[in-house]
Design a protein around this ligand. Structure first.
Ligand code: 5GP
Length: 187
């Protein structure tokens, strides 16, 4: 069995992380995507247990109090966190586990898992990012404003990550993520 590994994928809301990840998982079904818990309401089409575990603020409090989250953070008025046990079990079983999380969570993982590979996805520009968030048509004006403010903060921290990939051309961005993950180790 191979050696387990933790991979963190971060980037501003609307940058296309989710779509990139979907394609990456199609190419590499052996990769394992961690499903987060969130207090956010499901968007149309989102499924509990597949996209997220949708929990109440009280249930999230319990997860935090019982130390069941590997990391967690507040984002645009909601809380998001990574279930600890399923991730640790998968890594112990030799799997490569991907966390698709925001900046504060990625910073926490940097302390707890210094060996994690941390990738930051950048938009071609803020203007393009705003267009993508609006075009998605899933967020209120207030939520869009909060996400854009947070996006600027996140983009400013991109150089904290091992590698930065611009999602300008989807296929090229996907190829770069793939080659980053599967590049032979340099001794
Ligand atoms: P969305 O509401 O668009 O699904 O996610 C908002 C942000 O929360 C995204 O940047 C996403 O990567 C991040 N996120 C999703 N799950 C987690 C998690 O478990 N922990 C942290 N820290 N961020 C998460």
């Amino acid at each position: 069995m191979g050696t387990g590994r933790l991979i963190v994928l971060t980037g501003p809301s609307g940058v296309g992380k989710g779509t990139l990840l979907k394609s990456l998982l199609k190419r590499h079904p052996e990769l394992c995507l961690s499903i987060s818990a969130t207090t956010r309401n499901p968007r149309p089409g989102e499924v509990n247990g597949k996209d997220y575990y949708f929990v109440s603020p009280q249930q999230f409090d319990v997860l935090v109090a019982q130390d069941e989250l590997l990391e967690w953070a507040e984002f645009a008025g909601n809380r998001y966190g990574t279930p600890r046990q399923s991730v640790l079990e998968a890594i112990q079983a030799g799997k490569w586990v991907i966390l698709e999380i925001e900046l504060e969570g990625a910073r926490q993982i940097r302390h707890t898992f210094p060996d994690a590979m941390r990738i930051f996805i950048l938009p071609p520009s803020i203007v393009e990012l705003e267009y993508r968030i609006r075009n998605r048509g899933q967020d209120s004006e207030g939520a869009i404003a909060r996400r854009l403010k947070r996006a600027e903060e996140e983009i400013n921290a991109a150089n904290e990550f091992d590698i930065q990939i611009i999602n300008d051309d989807f296929d090229k961005a996907l190829d770069r993520i793939e080659s980053t993950l599967f590049a032979p180790a340099v001794c």
